[in-house]
Design a protein around this ligand. Sequence first.
Ligand SMILES: [Zn+2]
Length: 241
Amino acid sequence: MPVTATSIPMLADNYAWLLIEGLSGKIGMVDPAEPEAAIEAVEIMNGQLDYIFLTHHHHDHVGGVAALVETYHPLVVGNAADASRLPKLDIAVTEGDTVEFGAAVARVIATPGHTLGHIAYYFADGGILLPGDTLFSLGCGRLFEGTAEDMFGAFRKFDALSDETFVCAGHEYTAANAKFALSVDPDNAALQARAAQVAALRAAGKPSLPVRLGEERAANPFLRAATVEAFGRLRAAKDVF
Ligand SMILES: [Zn+2]
């Protein structure tokens, strides 16, 4: 039974992701931003939370951890190199590590750029990528600590993943990202279609995520940038858009 991921809206535009491993029934949460919404989601799961997976240290990704740990005692997973600025880790990981999640396995992918200690998680069983604030639909994270080269390199690690992969990103930024993407790639039919789809989803109050990685490969200018220079120019232009 594969892992499934469900978005949980938090704060203004964050998503935590609720993970369920079907065989064991293990439950995990990725980047709980705030206590109330996180606890509410766990209560729907009869108060079961086995793991918390953290992508990076920003408060809007870890703000709910303390309350969840106190209430449900999950194991907290995060980057060993960032342990000093993350909540207390029970499982400290690094690039290439695997973390057992019931009958499934999460692979750790180092994705510096947004922060230097940023990591993503990939569940092959279910085809789920949790890129945090590295890759968004039609966009990418801001370079707060790393360089364009760092994030371009992180994106190349996603090249090995199949088009069917579900991208479960950390923010609902897609509609705003679509405006910038269309400004730099106005004739891209896949981008136009995705922008229209997102406008309809958001108008109906629905999340624009997850999205298939293949759709992003066709429509996301940051993922499509062929060189680190092109990527860097896009990122700089988006910063002032
Ligand atoms: Zn962040």
